[in-house]
Design a protein around this ligand. Structure first.
Ligand code: 3HC
Length: 631
């Protein structure tokens, strides 16, 4: 039946309709494009000319081929022009009443054997089908924006669809060189059901002030997606985004699809994204549309201290060395410290530029050991130990004792709130979260608590930039930006699989469903195109290092210099901390010299050793400007 398909109609020549018409004409089909009036038809022609014109400019299409494609598309404002079409694809705005009216008209003018398809994003194909006298001939065919580029097409059957009608659309999708997935009629189908939970949460995240639009987009882009969620919503259209969220919410009552208030506000104000020149970004000023993270001036790298000995700690040290920073690392015991040194030496293998940078740095810029006192001169101290609140709290209290005034204390914790660790110190305003979704990648999420000082957040951003990373800022909330958006998305995919609606694919279709890779298989990763390491939504999640940090035991908590492992003797930096700040890592029982004894201490036995007080007094002794104060 597919072979007999010669002429296809498209109703509605907006972004999607024009894209679909172009794809059809490119495959050699004769196309009839319908719009409501002359103005709309002119706009539709404009879409077709500019999209094919872009291909000509890029040398993908000759001027003759462009003309041949445009010649195959007959434009009309009369439904009567569709009378001899084998198939008609409707692509009008996402309003059920409008779509039903269009289908009633199609039912009247089209041949009795013609298949009628809707490009709805989320509305019920069944509800559209029953508005005609041929519900068994109605199929959903859902293209993605931009239709000429995106490979995936969802093909939707209702309980009434005849297999022959479905086959017409399946054959067509194959003829177009797209990847079709055939599914039943549920709001949002597969892709939008997964995508819009994620997009809507990103809008809500922006609305709540958790992070800036640029940082949300930059963070998600750094995971390997072609564009950030807010930029993508601007591309899709905020009106379409709102409609899709509402349709899915109506069916599921899942609050993650309840449209973020800001989405409705934008739509009410007529700010619909790229097509109106303004949405989350303004497209009248080209610079504003570029999603770049706020970054300070690039300063010389800080002296960095890393506590921990697992893969994350090693990756952090390696990254800092590559950026030319001096690094001190502290491991839980001698064996672990040696393991870190060995891992660093092994990473020098090979003659890549990165290995060379680490090799040079190993000679000059790194020292390691088991004593926290090593960290006394560090500007930035990063904790990368076991994901265990009591271990981390003990460590923060001990680091607080040795770190110099003004040093920034950072945690890589993903499951412990940063504020809990800040509260274990006498300098909560100097404590931040540092999360690297990919420890070897560039993206670094900087989480500030309600008490982090503005100046500290600024300096942390500068340090991270100087360490060759890409900083994005957010508040101290579970999942920061990336995991808060991508983990529920992955969870939704698992739930969908579990419900039996969609299957897991082991072939190339799975990649298409990821919506990550448009039709450009010849593209190779490059500086501006993240490779597999960049991840993408389907990457395995970063797993926290498993290394357990053990306390060093010293008799009576006596302060002593530990067994350092200077990997070099050439360092000009001192390894000898000032006398009053030399404290072994989590050493000894209750410290008596501390001025921070809690009035009514609660006691907790740490996994790693001695009983320590858990402070119960307010950790915020002084008022200062917080990085999270409302602007
Ligand atoms: N029309 C036609 N072709 C286009 C295009 C458009 N609007 N925009 C870009 N292209 C082509 C370019 O010509 C270029 O082609 P080439 O590789 O053959 O030369 C290619 O796409 C790449 O374009 P650029 O180099 O200019 O830019 P990018 O590399 O940034 O790609 C993008 C642009 C393809 C839009 C890419 O950013 C992307 O894939 N973004 C994600 C899009 C996405 O997820 N869409 C799904 C939205 S959800 C949806 O549509 C469902 C709906 O129901 C709401």
């Amino acid at each position: 039946m597919g072979a007999s398909l010669d002429k296809v109609g498209v109703v509605g020549l907006g972004t999607m309709g024009a894209g679909i018409a172009e794809v059809l004409a490119r495959s050699g089909l004769d196309v009839v494009g319908i719009e409501v009036g002359d103005e709309a038809l002119k706009r539709g022609r404009g879409h077709l000319e500019s999209s094919t014109g872009r291909a000509v400019k890029r040398g993908k299409l000759s001027a003759e081929e462009q003309q041949a494609i445009l010649d195959r598309i007959e434009l009309s404002t009369s439904f009567g022009a569709l009378s001899d079409c084998d198939l008609v694809v409707e692509a009008v705005p996402e309003q059920l009443a409008l779509k039903r009216r269009v289908f009633e008209q199609l039912d009247e003018v089209c041949r009795a054997d013609a298949v009628l398809a809707t490009n709805t994003s989320s509305l019920s194909v069944t509800e559209i089908a029953v508005s005609t006298n041929r519900p068994e001939q109605i199929v959903g065919v859902h293209f993605f924006n931009p239709a000429p580029v995106m490979k995936l097409v969802e093909i939707i059957h209702t309980v009434l669809t005849r297999p022959e009608a479905l086959a017409v659309v399946q054959d067509l999708v194959e003829r177009l060189g797209k990847v079709g997935v055939t599914i039943g009629d549920r709001a949002g189908f597969i892709a939008n059901r997964l995508l819009f939970g994620y997009l809507n949460q990103a809008a809500a995240m922006y609305d709540s002030g958790h992070a800036t639009r640029e940082d949300i987009d930059a963070a998600m882009k750094a995971t390997g997606l072609p564009m950030g969620p807010l930029t993508l919503m601007d591309l899709i259209g905020l009106d379409v985004s709102l409609e899709v969220c509402e349709a899915i919410y109506r069916e599921t009552r899942d609050r993650r699809h309840a449209p973020a208030p800001i989405l409705r506000q934008f739509v009410t104000a007529g700010l619909l994204g790229r097509k109106t020149g303004r949405g989350f970004y303004s497209y009248d000023e080209p610079a504003a549309a570029t999603a770049t993270a706020e970054a300070g001036t690039v300063e010389p790298p800080p002296q960095v201290g890393v506590v921990g000995s697992g893969p994350l700690a090693v990756a952090l040290i390696r990254g800092c060395l590559r950026a030319g920073a001096h690094v001190r690392f502290v491991a839980g015991d001698t064996e672990k410290a040696r393991a870190v040194a060995t891992a660093l030496e092994q990473s020098v293998a090979g003659d890549t530029e990165k290995a060379q940078a680490v090799s040079t740095a190993l000679e000059q810029s790194v020292e390691g050991g088991t004593e926290l006192a090593l960290l006394a001169e560090c500007d930035l101290i990063i904790e990368a130990v076991a994901e265990d609140t009591s271990v981390k709290r003990s460590l923060f209290a001990a680091v607080d004792d040795v770190a110099k005034p003004g040093a920034i204390l950072a945690t890589t914790a993903t499951t412990v709130p940063v504020i809990e660790l800040a509260a274990a110190t006498d300098r909560p305003k100097d404590v931040i979260g540092l999360h690297l979704p990919d420890p070897e990648g560039e993206l670094t999420e900087i989480a500030t608590t309600v008490v982090t000082a503005t100046e500290v957040a600024r300096r942390a951003t500068e340090y991270v930039t100087a360490l060759g990373k890409h900083p994005v800022r957010c508040r101290d909330r579970a999942g920061f930006i990336v995991d808060a958006l991508r983990v529920p998305y992955l969870n939704d995919a698992v739930r969908m699989l579990e419900s039996g609606y969609a299957r897991r694919r082991s072939d190339r279709r799975r990649d298409a469903v990821r919506l990550r890779v448009p039709d450009r298989s010849d593209r190779r990763p490059g500086p501006d195109r993240p490779g597999p390491r960049g991840g993408g939504a389907a990457r395995p999640l970063h797993r926290a290092p498993r290394a357990r940090v053990r306390a060093l035991r010293t008799a009576g908590g006596a302060v002593h210099r530990g067994p350092y492992f200077p990997l070099s003797t050439g360092s000009s930096r001192t390894t000898q901390p000032p006398e009053d700040r030399r404290v072994p890592y989590d050493a000894g029982p209750l410290r008596t010299g501390s001025s921070r004894t809690a009035p009514t201490p609660a006691y907790r036995r740490d996994r790693c050793g001695p009983i320590r007080p858990v402070r119960s007094r307010s950790p915020y002794p002084e008022r200062h400007e917080s990085a999270q104060e409302p602007p």
